[in-house]
Write a protein that binds this ligand. Sequence first.
Ligand code: HEM
Length: 186
Amino acid sequence: MSGDEIKNSRLNRASLIYPKPLPEIKLGPVMDGIGFTLSERLALRRAWNLIRPFSRRYGQDVFYTFLNKEFWGIKKFGNGTELDLKTLHQHALKFVRFIGVLIDEQDPIMYQLMISDNNVTHSRCKVGSLYIGKLAKALVDYLLHALEKVSSPTLERGFNKLVEKFEAYQDNQRKASTYGRLSTFH
Ligand code: HEM
């Protein structure tokens, strides 16, 4: 190696160590890969720890109130002639648990997969995406009311962002056979 080359390689190595480049300054809140700020996610996690033991009760309150208004929804839990009450009752818990699992999910890819998978399930059952958003909003309103004393604007923002994920569902018209369920979107 020539003198110049030695000097250059020393300089190159030195530049790795000193001066260290300053980290890029990010203005405003830092978002995770899913679109929540760290404090929103923390607020959601904390809130969910309070909600989890009551998932069934809250789920039933919200889902059955929803079905009182949107009674067509009951028929989605059956084969067109008979109602499947067990699946209907299970849904009252499953839909709340699903949101809890979403809140815990860190990986944006897994998160998106869960959302799209859930979208596909409801498209298959011909449940209109509009109503997915409505049920999510009803649950969030209910929870914010239940947590009134410990709520915060950050928690509200976090919950609203969650609702937006459900409002973005798409009606997937592909392949209409739905295990014999009603074949039109509602
Ligand atoms: C935030 C809104 C909702 C969430 C998070 C949600 C969540 C879920 C979950 C986790 C499943 C089970 C999927 C599986 O086992 O693979 C499911 C299935 C289902 N959901 Fe929803 N749901 C929502 C809204 C609705 C609405 C508004 C209706 C309309 C009545 C509905 C009807 C159904 C039906 C018919 C199934 C299939 C039941 C079965 O055969 O197991 N969902 N939903």
